[in-house]
Structure formats: structure tokens, C-alpha cells
Design a protein around this ligand. Structure first.
Ligand SMILES: [Zn+2]
Length: 387
């Protein structure tokens, strides 16, 4: 399966004049070619079109050779999409006009990467620009990913960003052929708890972030009760900061979880399907809040995509009573739980209470595999992700 990811690099560009001119000229080329294709009445093959427009793109308009090729390819692509929509009677044949806000580059042809510099072919030849190389980008830049056609984009704030398209072929084992599972319970006393089929487990506490979250929530309450203008401003600032901290933490913890899975040769990670958890009668109030907050969805989706990169699939299981079910005899009761300890009132099985969720999720993921086997299909439907 081809995994693709767009990494957005913020460029450190004090003098955007040359880039502005380059993008403008490129767009002029796009609109020139667009008019020709429009008048022709249907998309033309890239090679044939290239022959017709190349002299003007290089001469009158003044594009570099590789830019001319990209222009032709991009315009052809847009008109092919348009043609498909026309055939589906969704729209009519029309002339497409491009705005001078973005430009496509091909890796190795007109863009290159070197450390924290990006080399771009401009109207004045190859220029190097520094970009902000943040830690979360490292794994895409470590040589294991290939780069596809990427875009230089001028955002509304006037700054240039490079939308780097990263691709990698990954093989995920089919769920029905898997033997080692791992359940991940998110957002109770620990940020996450993982437990594998071989009963290896680990607690992920997320460091200081959890305390910070409590501090923020107290501050927020105080500010909300004030209701003044400056308090509102402070609140907004707070939520942005808190969000970034949680996202950083989710990146870190999901990475740890997936590497724990890799160490233990896990094939499938089981997560709770938390959509709709709010209405569950068995979810205590605190947990209901925690589960409904975006941070836990984010953590799950980070785990999912980082796992996929390592060839590990993810299944989402029913979260009902995962914290009250005995992993040995399946007896469900609130009384099984008493604070930090779990003792099954039916069979006497006892375990650290924080582990129960992960154990049950692991077991449900494993059960899911047998169901799939019986039904003769091998891949579960994925959860729809908003990210
Ligand atoms: Zn039991």
C-alpha cells in the first residue's frame, strides 16, 4: 500500500520578490496553456500539447524547461478531472483560470533538499532557501521516504510554504493472518496503557502534560468566571498553547507506543471506537469528558498512521464495559473494580485495574480476527478520520 503524507515546510524567506515573480510567470504559463486546451474543447495528451506550447512557454513567457513540462502536466491533469466531471454531468466545459499563489515542483528536476535548505529552480536559476526543520518532520526526511511532485504555496499571511509530498510503499499484514495483537487503552489514569497477546504491557504517562492539563483547566474556569475582554483574550491564547502542548505530547507518546509494538512484533493494534462514547451508560463522567475531547482522537489517529508506516494495522473495537469486564471469564460488573485494583467477583481473577481496559481491547481485537476468518474477509473497515 502506498502511504502518502504532505509535510508543510515553512520557508525562511526574507526577500520573496524572486519567488513572487517566478510563481507569477509560472501561473501566466498555466493560464496560457489553459486557454489553448479550453479552445481545443477537450484535454490533449501531454506530449502533443507540449509540442504546441513549448516554444511560447520558453520564449515569450520565459519559463525554464522543467517548469514548462510541469505546466503542461498540471494543466492536462486539471482538464482531465474537468472532463470526468463533465461526463458525469456535474459541470459544463469551462476555461480554468489559475491564481498566482502556487507552483508545482518535481523532485530531482527542479527542487532538492539538503539539511535545512531547499533548492528551487527560479527564473534566475537554482536558489537555496532555508526552511524551519522541526523534530516532527525528521522521520520523513531520514531517507526512507521518496518525494513526489510538491507545491510551493503562498499562504494568506504572505509567507511561502513548501508542501512536500512524501511517499512510501508499506506492507501491512492482513488482520486475518495476524497472530500478535496489542490493545491500547487511552485516557484513563494513564494517558495510554498497552498490553499484547503475550501479556507484555506498558504504561504511558505522557510526562508533565497531564498535570499541565489540570492547571490549564483550573485557569480556564477562573478566566471564564471573570468574563472580561482581557480574560477572553487570555482564554484564546491559552487554548492555542494547550493544544500545541497536547499535540506535541501525542506525537511523542504515539511514537513510543508504536515502537513498543514493533519491539514485541505486534501485527495488529486494537483501539476503542470512541465515536458515540458520550451516551454510554457505563462511562463515568470524568472519562466521558476525557474521551470526548479531541486530544484522545488525535492520539488514536497518530497511533494509527505511525503504525501503518511500520506495517502494523489498526482495528477499532466496541468500547462497552472494557473497564468492567473480567478478561478471564468475561463476567461484567461494576463490583469487579475497586479503585486501583480489579478482582473478578465471579472467578476471583485479579489484576492492576488500569490494565484491564488494554487487556480487554487486545482480546476484542483478537476476537475480531476470528470473526473475519469465519466471514472470509480479511480487512476491517477503517475508521473515518477527520485529520
Ligand atoms: Zn472472572
Amino acid at each position: 500500500m502506498l502511504t502518502t503524507k504532505t509535510v508543510i515546510l515553512k520557508m525562511d524567506c526574507s526577500d520573496p520578490d524572486l519567488l513572487d515573480r517566478t510563481v507569477r510567470t509560472y501561473t501566466e504559463g498555466m493560464n496560457y496553456v489553459s486557454a489553448i486546451v479550453y479552445n481545443f474543447g477537450k484535454p490533449k495528451g501531454s506530449a502533443a500539447l507540449q509540442k504546441i506550447v513549448y516554444p511560447a512557454l520558453r520564449g515569450q513567457i520565459g519559463l525554464k524547461s522543467q517548469m514548462s513540462c510541469n505546466v503542461v502536466r498540471q494543466v492536462t491533469g486539471t482538464y482531465r478531472t474537468l472532463q470526468a466531471q463533465v461526463r458525469a454531468k456535474k459541470t459544463g466545459w469551462q476555461q480554468i483560470t489559475y491564481a498566482p499563489t502556487s507552483m508545482t515542483f518535481s523532485f530531482g528536476r527542479d527542487f532538492s533538499l539538503d539539511g535545512d535548505k531547499i533548492g528551487l529552480t527560479t527564473l534566475e536559476g537554482r536558489k537555496k532557501y532555508r526552511f524551519f526543520r522541526y523534530p516532527h518532520m525528521e522521520r520523513y526526511l531520514d531517507g526512507t521516504w521518496k518525494f513526489g511532485a510538491s507545491k510551493l504555496v503562498k499562504h494568506k499571511d504572505g509567507t511561502y510554504y513548501f508542501h512536500l509530498c512524501c511517499e512510501r510503499e508499506t506492507e501491512t499484514r492482513e488482520v486475518a493472518e495476524s497472530s500478535t495483537f496489542m490493545g491500547v487503552d487511552v485516557g484513563q489514569n494513564f494517558l495510554a496503557v498497552a498490553s499484547t497477546t503475550d501479556k507484555k504491557c506498558r504504561f504511558f504517562c505522557g510526562g508533565k502534560a497531564k498535570d499541565l492539563r489540570n492547571i490549564y483547566s483550573t485557569m480556564r474556569k477562573r478566566l471564564q468566571s471573570k468574563g472580561t475582554r482581557s480574560a477572553k483574550k487570555m482564554l484564546k491564547h491559552l487554548s492555542g498553547r494547550e493544544r500545541r502542548l497536547m499535540t506535541d505530547m501525542n506525537h511523542r507518546v504515539s511514537k513510543e507506543i508504536v515502537s513498543f509494538a514493533v519491539q514485541n512484533r505486534v501485527d495488529v493494534i486494537g483501539l476503542e471506537d470512541l465515536s458515540g462514547i458520550r451516551d454510554r451508560p457505563d462511562a463515568p463522567k470524568k472519562r466521558r469528558y476525557a474521551h470526548h475531547s479531541w486530544a484522545f482522537f488525535e492520539l488514536q489517529s497518530f497511533i494509527e498512521y505511525k503504525a501503518r508506516e511500520k506495517g502494523i494495522s489498526t482495528v477499532y473495537v466496541d468500547p462497552a464495559y472494557t473497564s468492567q469486564t473480567c478478561p478471564r471469564c468475561n463476567h461484567i460488573s461494576k463490583n469487579n473494580r475497586n479503585g486501583r485494583s480489579f478482582v473478578c467477583e465471579c472467578c476471583g481473577h485479579s489484576l492492576h485495574a488500569d490494565l484491564i481496559g488494554a487487556r480487554n481491547i487486545e482480546s476484542r481485537a483478537r476476537t475480531y480476527r476470528y470473526t473475519l476468518e469465519v466471514q472470509g474477509c480479511s480487512q476491517p473497515p477503517g475508521r473515518e478520520l477527520s485529520t
